[in-house]
Design a protein around this ligand. Structure first.
Ligand code: TYM
Length: 328
């Protein structure tokens, strides 16, 4: 029997999980669940590289886990766990630091952006963030990493670390490849930056329908469309990108043609999107809320996931320590 490929991905418990996370990554993960051996991680150790309130952290972890499970990451069919519960992630990160050039980390655009955003807290963890991410992936010898396009540079660095490690210490790790979705970058509702948990420009997966419409109605579209009679360009419209993620093909085709031909207004187009978005998100919202109300079930799934991942992590670390001469 050939061994199943391993897929690894992570999400930070740093705010409400949103439509960008869903279309860019989670929906793709959930689709892969029976095809590959899937490991999903709530990366709390990454989330502490920005200022946060320790009193809120456990609630955020619970919500992130509940939403991911509700999106289809069924703990009976994959492993889902919290990063800090498997201490090998940080141990491997330290060992990988010794093969990671500082120059490569200095080139990371996310580090540069975050350093600008939080000038009062440019901490070493923020700088080392991509190495911890490489450790997450490499600990499970993952082959596939489903992510949005903002993580591609980190993944390229991970491959560089794999190559450097293998060249010095022997062929221990495979080079992971990204798996992008059809919507690898969803812009924020104001059209200024990518949709993000921290910028207040998102639709949360557990927003009630009224709240979704309140956010969608004023959302940025193709600026060339001032009036209904102005032809639009769906290729540059974030609403159309979301249609591609949520609406059936015939609706996507219709919206594409009617926007270009100025036969449909932006409000009408957004109402159609709302209908299909709510149809898909409603069962997720309901299930996530049920799970949040039953934290013990979620915690028990996370503990089971951590125990299973811990066994794999221990075996990899044993191999790594031997390869590096830290154990006989
Ligand atoms: P995070 O928590 O920022 O985002 C989780 C996933 O959602 C994707 N994403 C988006 N996709 C499309 N449009 C958007 N606007 C958008 N915003 C976010 C992200 O690309 C990501 O796939 N560093 C990672 C977490 C991580 C990880 C890992 C991922 C830690 N270790 C190992 C993969 C493998 C992060 O901050 O994701």
């Amino acid at each position: 029997m050939t061994k199943k490929k391993v897929a690894f991905s992570g999400i930070q418990p740093s705010g409400d999980i949103h439509v960008g996370n869903y279309l860019g990554a989670i929906k793709n993960w959930a689709r892969m669940i029976d095809e590959v051996d899937c490991i999903f991680c709530i990366v709390d150790l990454h989330a502490i590289t920005v200022m946060y309130d320790p009193a809120e952290m456990q609630e955020r972890i619970l919500r992130a886990a509940a939403v991911n499970i509700a999106c289809g990451l069924d703990p009976a069919r994959c492993r889902i766990f919290v990063q800090s519960r498997v201490p090998e992630h940080t141990e491997l990160c330290w060992l990988l630091n010794t093969v990671t050039p500082i120059g490569s980390l200095e080139r990371m655009t996310q580090f540069k952006d975050k350093s600008q955003q939080q000038q009062e807290n440019v901490n070493t963890g923020l700088f080392d963030y991509p190495v911890l991410m490489a450790a997450d992936i490499m600990l499970y010898k993952a082959n596939v990493v489903p992510v949005g396009d903002d993580q591609l540079q980190h993944l390229e660095l991970c491959r560089e670390i794999v190559r450097k490690f293998n060249a010095r210490f022997g062929d221990v790790f495979p080079e992971p490849q990204e798996r992008l979705s059809q919507a690898p970058r969803i812009m924020g509702l104001d059209g200024k930056a990518k949709m993000s948990k921290s910028l207040g420009n998102h639709i949360s997966l557990i927003d009630e329908p009224d709240a979704v419409w309140k956010k969608l109605a004023p959302a940025f579209t193709d600026p060339a469309r001032q009036r209904r009679s102005d032809p639009g360009n769906p290729d540059i419209c974030n609403i159309f990108t979301m249609h591609r993620g949520f609406s059936p093909p015939e609706v996507v085709q219709r919206v594409n043609g009617e926007c270009r031909g100025a036969e449909i207004g932006c409000v009408e187009c957004k109402k159609m999107l709302l209908e299909h978005m709510l149809k898909e998100l409603e069962p997720i919202r309901t299930r996530a809320k049920e799970l949040i109300a039953e934290p013990e079930r979620v915690y028990s799934a996370l503990s089971e996931g951590a125990a299973k991942c811990g066994t794999v992590a221990e075996a990899t670390m044993d191999e790594v320590r031997r390869a590096m001469g830290l154990r006989k």
